[in-house]
Design a protein around this ligand. Sequence first.
Ligand SMILES: C[S@@+](CC[C@H](N)C(=O)[O-])C[C@H]1O[C@@H](n2cnc3c(N)ncnc32)[C@H](O)[C@@H]1O
Length: 268
Amino acid sequence: MPSDNKRNIDTVRHYWQTHTLGKQFVFDQELEVGSKEFFDHIRPWMTPYRFKEIRDRIEREAPKLKGRRLLEIECGMGFDSIEFLKRGVHVVSTDLTPAAVELAKRNIELNNMKAEDVRVENVLSLSFEDNSFDAVWACGVLHHTGDTPKAIKEIRRVLKPGGRAVISHFYRKPSWMYYLSRFGRENIEFKDEDAPITDFFTEKEIFSMFEGFKIEEAVQEHYRVLPTARKGYKANIYTWIFLPLYNLLPESLAKHFAYKFSVTAIKI
Ligand SMILES: C[S@@+](CC[C@H](N)C(=O)[O-])C[C@H]1O[C@@H](n2cnc3c(N)ncnc32)[C@H](O)[C@@H]1O
């Protein structure tokens, strides 16, 4: 866990403003950021469809939300928002950084889609009225905010009664990723530098954040260790020793160390 002086919104904003997720997959410096070619190039790494569980979740949720209002929290470059827009959902896409918001706007436009709005928002203090959305979608993000319980409270506040909070995913502990960050002092998840905050929670801690909700689904995801783009000796140990050995574990054992835990909950 970073020292307390790193756990503040300015540090988080600065990191994500300068490390917009997706840019690390651009190896050709000639590729113009924000061009059609740029989005075509990074799509295989960024599309929510790269993970079966996320694809299934979008396909389950979108028909329920057709013609209704969905707020995406921490939209990054907007790839998830686009999938909902294609299915007739009215989407408001938000992110903490102007860099992500500009790229999300461009990506949505290049897909000939129109979001209700794409704008800068901090999930810890959203500017929306109470009870304004039918659903909130957050994918891969709340553990980076520094105050996940507060983020869930804000999400509940802006949801209408009966509204759906679809959170893919919390980072779970114990899990292989948790032990890696704890003992390796970094989680080597991103190419250059770890995010300033990545919080892990037990399942009990996760459930305790959903006061005022009815949990519809809570599932463990991602049993297996993934390749890293990081260089250096820790990354080499990870790639050549830890990854192949860990991935030999039978699924029945590996699943106890899954690091992602996703929750769909209904506001009551
Ligand atoms: C790991 S990226 C995920 C982006 C996107 N959901 C995706 O799957 O590509 C995390 C995102 O969370 C955003 N973020 C971090 N803290 C935030 C906060 N307090 N409020 C809103 N967005 C935040 C960052 O700007 C960054 O775009």
